[in-house]
Design a protein around this ligand. Sequence first.
Ligand code: HEM
Length: 411
Amino acid sequence: MSYDPSRPDVIADPYPAFHVLQAQDPAHWSDILRGWVVTRYADVKTALHDRRLSSDRITPFVAHESVRESAHVKELGRIAGRWVVFNDPPAHTRLRGFINTAFTSRAVERLRPRIEAIVDALLAAVIDRGTMDVIGDFAYPLPVIVIAEMLGVPPEGREPMKAWSDELALFIGSALGTPDKYERASRAMTGMCSYFREIVGARRRQPREDLITALVDAEQQGGQLSEDELVATCVLLLFAGHETTTNLIGNGLLGLLRHPDALNALRADPALIEPAVEELLRYDGPTQAQVRVALEDIGLHGKTIRAGDRVFVMVNAANRDPARFADPDRVDLTRADNAHVAFGYGAHFCVGAPLARLEGQIAIAAAVRRLGDLALAPGDLTWLPSMVFRGVRSLPVTFTPSRRTGYAAGP
Ligand code: HEM
């Protein structure tokens, strides 16, 4: 078979193609992607743990003959090359050490009241309308407000951040069919960096209780974090902190709305929210693929992945592998054994997982509890044309309008 991630039916529902690959060609060479596609759960976990597969896809990318003359690609590579996610040890270990503590379960639990207040305010703004776009009105603003506040970005910085971040997603998300994506992404990267450089300068002069100040402190205490790395880390956190969480909330609510049994189970027992979010992450997670580059020849299912080849490690496919999960295409909020890999696995396991989980739980629980008769509005959904990100552009829903009081004022 030939796996074509740019086909509209595959973008809308990649899972049938994943099942075919798992059964017939578990180490699949894709001419379209010019890389290997790995889809079985056991292979995905092994690959994410395998030191022979490098996370540094920036160095080979900027050196590639088709782009190496581009100033835009050079600039993108210069910054993204300093992101923890694109580094192998020892740089990876050092960079990760600077951000780990801010995102532990204990640290993010302290954000619960603020996240609840933002969720309340976003729902209050739509509750008497009887309709909303889950993405634009709810799932997008929530994580961007949370991560911007954590970092110390003022409210007026959110709009430019959104615009830059959307452009950057074209590069990170391997956008399909956008010819000027590197130019657009590099302008956005430059814009974001100079914005963060200003905040970093301000925090040096006047420290505050925010994550940028904590990073500045680490840098000043000789923590071996250069200013470029500091700024690059801010860009990464801003970016990673919301593109994915938006789609956790969007895909999660869509999964519930398409599986009324699960939605009703959650309505009947709100305490199910934690396993529900795990099941929704497994069922249709926001990240489809991790990309790795082979450092040496590796044998897999009778094929040879050559040194230098790219490997697309498909976590969303792994999460639907029938060899690992019983009845994998069903949403089962009480699934007992749910060791999904939606947040990756191994050394690069998502730093922001506790925050994403908390935001997802609070947002999905509140939407289900407060929006009576929540239902999908008629019409087709448009999925992001990306190999990496999985989510819809907008998700119109209807519900019974309510004029409940007790909500906080706007976020
Ligand atoms: C539902 C939401 C999220 C999903 C599905 C997700 C998914 C992932 C995955 C799959 C990886 C592993 C990448 C790899 O192996 O190459 C990762 C890494 C990472 N994520 Fe997330 N993420 C989410 C939310 C967040 C949030 C909220 C933040 C921070 C505010 C964040 C920050 C990071 C960082 C910094 C890394 C790099 C870790 C490393 O390289 O050691 N993520 N994420």
